[in-house]
Ligand binder design. Structure first.
Ligand code: M6R
Length: 610
């Protein structure tokens, strides 16, 4: 996830572009850059790291001109570095891009074969070269971009400048967001509304498959094929302050609601619905590697460990491969028995967690192969791993991990399906069924979030003063119960326990009384009947029981005090839905208590200490 911005008008463009990027920095902050039409042609300044580094670079090399584009990057192709930072330039053309071009390998080969000198590892630079080729062939900028778009597969919001047409910015959108701002003698573009709010509230939202030519006097919108588009300008009522978090009170709430988008981005290019299979190109393992694995060892901490626990379930049930899951902090230094034939999967949002890094290094030294599942491109764990399967959740700012957890689940289940198919543990029919079920998830997650939000907020208000809260689940729901408890602990400071529902009777049931809310996960899966019995056991001890079950589950409704209904999915995929109300529950309890939701006490987003 990156942020793009553009300005064409009569004011100096650099300060306006920088201000827009500041408001988009939540979308990524690996590097940033501006390209501005200057008297000598398009000039570019880029810097690695946060925006302040770009500001410093601009103090040394100021950009003068009233037309420009800017970018703040969340690296997807290529490490964070100046050469990979946007804007990317080819001849007279400069491009900024948010998205992922799926056919980048084929395009790179084609451009190289045609003699293009490609400097970066990014997919975006390829777009700049494609536009340049058209411009060199005599096309105007609009036509050059149009022709280029016909060559791209994937997601993009782009803004393009050409030295040859200094009074124009050409933009286009497919899957990635892009909004145009219409001001007095100035026209803007940005990845989202907040970037433009200080300048105009008159916005024009581009749809997928549309492009626009921006001039100081306004924007001309067409389809990519060239048909004119009439789009009404919308007046936005948001205040700039609200929009800092895109209208959400906290980053955590925003990130909870971003999960459908995070999954779409993580699935993109990997769910091959035509083939009814997982496209494993990015996993970095060959079919022969898949056949050679004797055992999988999942290493992770905190929320990532809970995702890894679900991963074990999938690897055993879908790929039929022996799997263990370990807390990285307990694995390291233990001289664990691990070596050749073992595939270590190190799961980490940040890719920097010290315990996971050290544990994975120890296993690698003993001859195991390491596959990282990480969200931050080029971070330490991917760097030391043999291969990395990235999640594409975008930057997660709230300390409590939410969207990255879902994206980790997505990569783990995709990996298990890929491996299961390669090892003949999964039939082609079941593989296709799972791929289709995964493709439906983003919409089902959005429906579940919107459908449960108010009820969950009401329950959180009712139980805000509870001193202890229990979360119960079996099978795939057990890690989700642990995750629900961890979320509540870390942001609301309420004592919470996640328990395997079947273990209750072996001790913890003694904790239950009429003051303890118990959230029980009872989705329709192989454990349904047993989980319902555990729910009834808690109810019989006078607990206040909240069931999280599939829509229309009459038995769960009758047996509980309150029922939170989630969309019905393939029984193998229930965690994607059941975790959502638990995240919302912890968020609202914390918010009602008035804690610092995004930066809870004593915690850090990335734990790089012993
Ligand atoms: O970056 P990582 O995924 O390796 O981080 C692991 C844990 O520190 C992290 O999941 C932590 O538990 C979160 N704050 C949970 O919300």
């Amino acid at each position: 996830m990156c942020g793009i911005v553009g300005y064409i008008g009569n004011e100096p463009s650099a300060p306006i572009l920088l201000d827009g990027l500041r408001r988009l920095e939540y979308r990524g902050y690996d590097s940033a850059g501006l390209a501005v039409h200057s008297p000598g042609g398009v000039q570019v300044v880029r810097a690695v790291g946060k925006l302040r580094n770009l500001e410093r670079a601009l103090e040394e090399r100021p950009l003068h001109g009233t037309v420009g584009i800017g970018h703040t990057r969340w690296a997807t192709h290529g490490r964070p570095s100046e050469v990979n930072a946007h804007p990317h330039v080819a001849g007279p053309v400069a491009v900024v891009h948010n998205g992922i071009i799926e056919n980048h390998v084929a395009l790179r080969n084609e451009l190289r074969a045609a003699g293009c000198e490609i400097l970066s590892d990014t997919d975006t630079e390829l777009v700049a070269h494609l536009v340049r080729r058209e411009v060199d062939g005599g096309a105007n900028l609009e036509t050059a971009v149009r022709k280029t778009l016909s060559r791209l597969h994937g997601a993009y919001a782009i803004a393009v400048l050409s030295t040859l047409e200094p009074q124009r910015i050409v933009v286009a959108k497919n899957s990635s967001p892009l909004v145009l701002g219409i001001g007095e003698g100035a026209t803007y573009c940005a990845s989202d509304v907040p970037a433009l709010l200080p300048y105009t509230r008159d916005m024009l939202f581009l749809e997928d498959g549309e492009m626009a030519v921006l001039e100081g006097s306004g924007a001309t919108v067409t389809t990519v094929e060239g048909a004119p588009v009439k789009r009404a300008i919308q007046r936005i009522d948001w205040s700039p302050a609200m929009a800092e978090k895109a209208g959400y009170k906290h980053f955590m709430l925003k990130e909870i609601f971003e999960q459908p988008r995070a999954l779409e981005d993580t699935f993109r290019g990997r769910l091959d619905r035509q083939a009814g299979d997982i496209n494993g190109a990015e996993i970095g393992l060959t079919d022969a590697d898949a056949a050679d694995i004797k055992r999988v060892v999942l290493l992770a901490c905190g929320t990532s460990h809970h995702a890894a626990m679900a991963g074990r379930y999938w690897l055993e049930s879908l790929a039929r491969i022996p799997t263990v899951v370990e807390l990285a902090s307990e694995f390291r230094g233990r001289d664990a028995v691990v070596g050749a034939g073992d595939l270590i999967i190190a799961v980490s949002q940040s890719g920097e967690t010290l315990d996971t890094l050290v544990a994975a290094k120890e296993a690698k030294q003993k001859g195991a192969k390491v596959l990282a599942i990480a969200n931050v491109i080029g971070s330490a764990i991917p760097r030391m791993s043999d291969a990395t399967f990235y999640t594409h959740a975008g930057p997660e700012i709230g300390v409590a991990s939410t969207k990255c957890f879902s994206a980790q689940l997505a990569n783990l289940v995709m990996f298990a399906i890929w491996l299961g198919r390669r090892r003949d543990a999964l039939s082609p029919e079941r593989t296709r069924e799972l791929v289709e079920a995964l493709a439906r998830l983003p919409q089902q997650m959005a429906d579940t979030l919107n459908g449960t939000r108010q009820l969950v907020a009401n329950l959180a208000r009712r139980y805000v003063d509870a001193r202890d809260v229990l979360f119960l689940g079996r099978g795939l729901s057990f890690p989700i119960a642990l995750e629900g408890a961890l979320k509540l602990k870390e942001i609301s400071y309420v004592h919470a326990e996640g328990y395997a529902a079947g273990e209750m009777k072996h001790g913890p049931i003694a904790l239950i009384d009429a003051r303890v809310p118990v959230l029980v996960l009872v989705p329709r899966d192989d454990n349904y009947e047993r989980s319902l019995s555990n729910l009834q056991e808690a109810k019989a001890r006078e607990a206040m029981v909240i069931a999280i079950a599939n829509e229309g589950d009459v038995d769960a409704r009758d047996a509980s005090d309150d029922l939170i209904e989630v969309a019905a999915v393939d029984p193998a995929l229930t965690p994607f839905l059941t975790v959502l109300p638990l995240q919302l529950y912890s968020y609202y309890v914390a918010d009602f208590k008035g804690t610092d939701v995004d930066q809870p006490r004593n915690l850090a987003k990335t734990v790089t200490v012993e």
